[in-house]
Ligand binder design. Structure first.
Ligand code: SAM
Length: 317
């Protein structure tokens, strides 16, 4: 059986679900299980673990460790989530508190929905959309297992949600966290191994064009919600067509122009992460994040953040 060697270089990432546990309690639990907390997560052996440098609720273990039968995993206290996939919710940074209303437009299986719920302090309201019926069931199971009490799930196409519906009038933050994309950044993905990378150039181009048109329509729809001031768009793709080029088209759209959306500066988008957008694709590629499979010990990923320009001057320090 073919193995993608890059998979072995990605640590086992464990996100502590702060809806039911603290990071300190998690560290104490794993220490009792015989793991040793190391300062440096670069070369972990099977009995080591460490804290992540960028995501405060993330722990790293050796890729050889499995948590499927661990009590903490089965009870929803930990969630197995790749580091790169933890970035978008942290960038969206919804305030915690009863008055915060957020939309997660593409929610299943619910890794980032549960992460957003925890960042909101399990308070306020998080509307989570998922259009696929089976994946919606998975989302419901995950939301309940992670003890999220501020999430309202809807088995609905986000593009059909009416931005003028009174229900959404206070939504200020929207996450478009990997709407359907080519998945070309995912290491060990079956269709990668089976040769999706080998498809003919014109077929690949047509597929990417369809995906990017859909991705752009999702961002433009999100920009129509009357109170929205911050939108995070991410993909697990490595292609500029689905990443920087979609962002560029979104910035030029009627919706962005009329509402004054611009890209949030690097200072608000995990500034300490070194790998940024592709040169020549954006005026300021440092505004967006890229993760490279094989080079960053994560899957391939892209994160961008749109903000209403006038709110920016109030939040920049
Ligand atoms: N954000 C998820 C997480 O972190 O667990 C992963 C999202 S997954 C890559 C993409 C999901 O978006 C799929 O389940 C797909 O069915 C859903 N989706 C795609 N387009 C949608 C739409 N227009 N409305 C609602 N859900 C959509």
């Amino acid at each position: 059986q073919t193995e993608d060697v890059r998979a072995g270089q990605i640590p086992r990432y464990v996100r502590v679900n702060t809806n039911c546990w603290s990071v300190e309690d998690a560290i104490a639990y794993f220490s009792r299980q015989g793991f040793t907390l190391r300062e440096d997560g670069d070369e972990l052996d099977s009995k080591d673990f460490s804290r992540d440098l960028h995501i405060p609720t993330l722990l790293l273990f050796s890729s050889s460790v499995s948590f499927q039968s661990d009590k903490a995993y089965q009870s929803g206290k930990i969630i197995l989530q790749d580091k790169a996939s933890c970035f978008p919710a942290v960038v969206l940074a919804p305030p915690s508190g009863a008055n915060t209303h957020v939309i997660d437009a593409t929610a299943a299986p619910g890794n980032k929905t549960t992460q957003l719920s925890a960042l909101m302090g399990n308070a306020g309201k998080l509307f989570a959309f998922e259009r696929d019926k089976n994946r919606f069931k998975t989302l419901q199971t995950m939301v309940s297992k992670a003890a999220c009490t501020n999430v309202e799930t809807a088995n609905q196409d986000f593009l059909l949600a009416d931005p003028r519906d009174n229900k959404y009038k206070s939504v200020t933050h929207i996450s478009l966290l990997d709407p359907s994309c080519s998945g070309s950044g995912i290491v060990n993905r079956l269709d990668y191994l089976l040769g999706a990378e080998d498809e003919a150039d014109d077929v690949k181009e047509e597929r990417l064009q369809k995906l990017s048109a859909f991705q752009l329509s999702m961002i433009r729809h999100a920009m129509k919600f009357p109170a929205v001031t911050k939108i995070v768009y991410s993909t697990c793709s490595i292609h500029a067509q689905e990443n920087e080029q979609v962002v560029r088209a979104a910035l030029a759209s009627e919706e962005a122009q009329s509402r004054g959306f611009v890209l949030a500066p690097r200072s608000q988008v995990i500034p300490t992460w070194e790998r940024r957008g592709l040169e020549d694709e954006l005026d300021d590629p440092s505004c967006v994040i890229r993760c490279s499979p094989g080079e960053d010990r994560t899957n391939g990923f892209f994160v961008s953040c749109f903000v209403v320009a006038e709110t920016l001057s109030k939040t920049v320090v």
